[in-house]
Write a protein that binds this ligand. Structure first.
Ligand code: TYD
Length: 201
Protein backbone atom coordinates (compact mmCIF):
# COMPACT_ATOMS: atom_id res chain seq x y z
CA UNK A 1 0.00 0.00 0.00
CA UNK A 2 1.23 3.50 -0.78
CA UNK A 3 1.37 6.09 1.96
CA UNK A 4 0.35 9.73 1.71
CA UNK A 5 2.49 12.79 1.20
CA UNK A 6 1.36 15.87 3.14
CA UNK A 7 3.13 19.22 2.89
CA UNK A 8 2.83 22.37 5.01
CA UNK A 9 3.38 25.76 3.43
CA UNK A 10 3.03 29.44 4.26
CA UNK A 11 5.01 32.58 4.85
CA UNK A 12 7.52 32.80 7.64
CA UNK A 13 5.50 33.62 10.73
CA UNK A 14 2.30 31.98 9.46
CA UNK A 15 2.61 29.44 12.27
CA UNK A 16 2.62 26.22 10.25
CA UNK A 17 5.35 24.48 12.27
CA UNK A 18 3.34 24.84 15.50
CA UNK A 19 0.80 22.32 14.18
CA UNK A 20 3.22 19.53 13.35
CA UNK A 21 3.06 17.64 16.71
CA UNK A 22 -0.75 17.68 16.61
CA UNK A 23 -0.87 16.38 13.02
CA UNK A 24 1.59 13.60 13.89
CA UNK A 25 -0.50 12.62 16.92
CA UNK A 26 -3.73 12.42 14.89
CA UNK A 27 -2.16 10.25 12.21
CA UNK A 28 -0.43 7.98 14.72
CA UNK A 29 -3.70 7.55 16.60
CA UNK A 30 -5.13 6.22 13.33
CA UNK A 31 -2.33 3.64 13.29
CA UNK A 32 -0.16 5.21 10.59
CA UNK A 33 3.60 5.35 10.61
CA UNK A 34 4.48 9.07 10.29
CA UNK A 35 7.74 10.44 8.92
CA UNK A 36 8.07 14.10 9.83
CA UNK A 37 10.63 16.01 7.83
CA UNK A 38 11.43 19.44 6.39
CA UNK A 39 12.85 21.37 3.47
CA UNK A 40 15.38 22.55 2.81
CA UNK A 41 16.87 19.65 4.75
CA UNK A 42 15.53 16.27 5.76
CA UNK A 43 18.82 14.41 5.19
CA UNK A 44 22.33 14.98 6.58
CA UNK A 45 23.48 16.46 3.25
CA UNK A 46 20.23 18.42 2.91
CA UNK A 47 20.72 19.96 6.37
CA UNK A 48 24.21 21.11 5.34
CA UNK A 49 22.76 22.65 2.19
CA UNK A 50 20.09 24.29 4.37
CA UNK A 51 22.76 26.00 6.45
CA UNK A 52 24.32 27.42 3.29
CA UNK A 53 21.13 28.47 1.59
CA UNK A 54 19.59 30.13 4.66
CA UNK A 55 22.68 32.05 5.68
CA UNK A 56 24.97 32.73 2.72
CA UNK A 57 24.21 35.48 0.23
CA UNK A 58 23.91 33.96 -3.28
CA UNK A 59 22.22 34.38 -6.67
CA UNK A 60 18.53 33.41 -6.60
CA UNK A 61 19.15 30.74 -9.24
CA UNK A 62 21.97 29.25 -7.16
CA UNK A 63 19.48 29.14 -4.30
CA UNK A 64 16.96 27.39 -6.55
CA UNK A 65 19.49 24.81 -7.67
CA UNK A 66 20.55 24.10 -4.09
CA UNK A 67 16.92 23.70 -3.01
CA UNK A 68 16.44 21.10 -5.73
CA UNK A 69 19.77 19.41 -4.95
CA UNK A 70 18.64 18.98 -1.35
CA UNK A 71 15.21 17.88 -2.59
CA UNK A 72 16.68 15.20 -4.87
CA UNK A 73 18.45 13.68 -1.89
CA UNK A 74 15.38 14.06 0.33
CA UNK A 75 13.13 12.26 -2.15
CA UNK A 76 15.58 9.43 -2.70
CA UNK A 77 16.61 8.83 0.92
CA UNK A 78 13.47 9.73 2.88
CA UNK A 79 10.25 10.49 1.00
CA UNK A 80 10.05 7.72 -1.59
CA UNK A 81 11.15 4.89 0.74
CA UNK A 82 8.62 6.02 3.38
CA UNK A 83 5.74 6.25 0.89
CA UNK A 84 6.68 2.86 -0.56
CA UNK A 85 6.31 1.18 2.84
CA UNK A 86 2.95 2.86 3.40
CA UNK A 87 4.02 5.63 5.79
CA UNK A 88 2.56 9.12 5.92
CA UNK A 89 5.19 11.72 5.10
CA UNK A 90 4.68 15.16 6.62
CA UNK A 91 7.06 17.74 5.16
CA UNK A 92 7.44 21.26 6.53
CA UNK A 93 7.72 22.90 3.05
CA UNK A 94 8.35 21.41 -0.37
CA UNK A 95 8.38 22.64 -3.99
CA UNK A 96 5.53 25.15 -3.58
CA UNK A 97 7.99 27.10 -1.41
CA UNK A 98 10.40 27.33 -4.34
CA UNK A 99 7.59 28.73 -6.50
CA UNK A 100 6.65 31.20 -3.75
CA UNK A 101 10.12 32.34 -2.64
CA UNK A 102 12.49 31.90 -5.58
CA UNK A 103 9.95 32.49 -8.37
CA UNK A 104 7.32 34.72 -6.72
CA UNK A 105 9.55 36.85 -4.53
CA UNK A 106 12.91 36.63 -6.30
CA UNK A 107 11.76 36.41 -9.92
CA UNK A 108 13.45 33.16 -10.96
CA UNK A 109 11.68 32.08 -14.18
CA UNK A 110 8.83 29.65 -13.54
CA UNK A 111 9.79 27.49 -16.53
CA UNK A 112 13.25 26.90 -15.03
CA UNK A 113 11.65 25.71 -11.80
CA UNK A 114 9.19 23.54 -13.75
CA UNK A 115 12.11 21.93 -15.55
CA UNK A 116 13.88 21.14 -12.28
CA UNK A 117 10.63 19.90 -10.75
CA UNK A 118 10.14 17.39 -13.60
CA UNK A 119 13.74 16.28 -13.40
CA UNK A 120 13.93 15.88 -9.64
CA UNK A 121 10.40 14.75 -8.80
CA UNK A 122 9.23 12.84 -11.88
CA UNK A 123 5.60 12.10 -10.90
CA UNK A 124 5.93 12.84 -7.20
CA UNK A 125 3.51 15.51 -5.93
CA UNK A 126 2.05 16.00 -2.47
CA UNK A 127 -1.36 14.38 -1.97
CA UNK A 128 -2.42 17.36 0.09
CA UNK A 129 -0.86 20.74 0.88
CA UNK A 130 -1.96 22.79 3.88
CA UNK A 131 -1.35 26.47 3.14
CA UNK A 132 -1.31 28.58 6.31
CA UNK A 133 -2.35 32.01 5.13
CA UNK A 134 -2.00 35.22 7.13
CA UNK A 135 -1.91 38.89 6.15
CA UNK A 136 1.63 40.16 5.64
CA UNK A 137 1.45 42.55 8.63
CA UNK A 138 0.66 39.61 10.91
CA UNK A 139 3.54 37.54 9.59
CA UNK A 140 5.96 40.46 9.97
CA UNK A 141 4.76 41.17 13.52
CA UNK A 142 5.14 37.51 14.52
CA UNK A 143 8.65 37.40 13.08
CA UNK A 144 9.70 40.54 14.92
CA UNK A 145 8.53 38.96 18.17
CA UNK A 146 10.36 35.68 17.46
CA UNK A 147 13.96 34.48 17.44
CA UNK A 148 16.84 35.90 15.40
CA UNK A 149 15.82 35.96 11.75
CA UNK A 150 17.47 34.00 8.91
CA UNK A 151 18.27 35.54 5.53
CA UNK A 152 14.69 35.19 4.24
CA UNK A 153 13.09 36.50 7.40
CA UNK A 154 15.02 39.78 7.21
CA UNK A 155 13.29 40.76 3.96
CA UNK A 156 10.72 43.56 3.76
CA UNK A 157 6.92 43.61 3.58
CA UNK A 158 6.89 43.80 -0.23
CA UNK A 159 8.91 40.59 -0.40
CA UNK A 160 6.37 38.84 1.84
CA UNK A 161 3.47 40.22 -0.19
CA UNK A 162 4.92 38.57 -3.30
CA UNK A 163 5.34 35.29 -1.40
CA UNK A 164 1.76 35.36 -0.18
CA UNK A 165 0.41 36.12 -3.66
CA UNK A 166 2.50 33.37 -5.22
CA UNK A 167 1.24 30.82 -2.67
CA UNK A 168 -2.39 31.84 -3.18
CA UNK A 169 -1.89 31.61 -6.95
CA UNK A 170 -0.47 28.06 -6.55
CA UNK A 171 -3.56 27.18 -4.51
CA UNK A 172 -5.86 28.54 -7.24
CA UNK A 173 -4.02 26.54 -9.88
CA UNK A 174 -4.09 23.30 -7.84
CA UNK A 175 -7.45 23.33 -6.07
CA UNK A 176 -7.65 19.56 -5.61
CA UNK A 177 -4.38 19.44 -3.69
CA UNK A 178 -4.45 22.67 -1.65
CA UNK A 179 -6.35 23.44 1.55
CA UNK A 180 -6.00 27.12 2.35
CA UNK A 181 -6.23 27.74 6.09
CA UNK A 182 -6.97 31.15 7.58
CA UNK A 183 -4.14 31.22 10.12
CA UNK A 184 -5.03 34.67 11.40
CA UNK A 185 -7.26 33.25 14.15
CA UNK A 186 -6.63 32.04 17.70
CA UNK A 187 -4.38 28.98 17.72
CA UNK A 188 -7.06 26.52 18.84
CA UNK A 189 -9.38 27.64 16.02
CA UNK A 190 -6.62 26.98 13.50
CA UNK A 191 -5.92 23.64 15.22
CA UNK A 192 -9.55 22.59 14.79
CA UNK A 193 -9.44 23.37 11.07
CA UNK A 194 -6.18 21.43 10.70
CA UNK A 195 -7.62 18.47 12.60
CA UNK A 196 -10.70 18.38 10.38
CA UNK A 197 -8.57 18.34 7.24
CA UNK A 198 -6.28 15.58 8.52
CA UNK A 199 -9.20 13.43 9.68
CA UNK A 200 -10.78 13.76 6.24
CA UNK A 201 -7.78 12.35 4.38
P1 TYD B 1 11.23 27.68 7.67
O1 TYD B 1 10.54 26.56 6.98
O2 TYD B 1 10.43 28.87 7.97
O3 TYD B 1 11.93 27.05 8.92
P2 TYD B 1 12.09 27.71 10.35
O4 TYD B 1 10.68 27.77 10.87
O5 TYD B 1 12.96 26.72 11.05
O6 TYD B 1 12.74 29.03 10.11
O7 TYD B 1 12.56 28.19 6.91
C1 TYD B 1 12.92 27.81 5.69
C2 TYD B 1 13.18 29.03 4.82
O8 TYD B 1 13.58 28.56 3.53
C3 TYD B 1 11.94 29.88 4.61
O9 TYD B 1 12.26 31.24 4.77
C4 TYD B 1 11.57 29.64 3.17
C5 TYD B 1 12.85 29.22 2.53
N1 TYD B 1 12.66 28.28 1.39
C6 TYD B 1 12.83 28.76 0.10
O10 TYD B 1 13.13 29.94 -0.09
N2 TYD B 1 12.67 27.90 -0.96
C7 TYD B 1 12.34 26.59 -0.80
O11 TYD B 1 12.21 25.83 -1.79
C8 TYD B 1 12.16 26.10 0.55
C9 TYD B 1 11.83 24.66 0.77
C10 TYD B 1 12.33 26.98 1.61
Amino acid sequence: MLGKFITLEGMDGAGKSTHIPHIIAILQAQGHEVVSTREPGGTPLGERLRELVLHEPMHAETETLLMFAARREHIDCVINPALARGAYVLSDRFTDATYAYQCGAKSVAADKIEMLEKWVQADLQPDVTLLFDVPVEVSVQRLLAARSPDKFERENAEFFTRIRQAYLQRALENPARFRVIDANQPLDEVSKVVEKIILSL
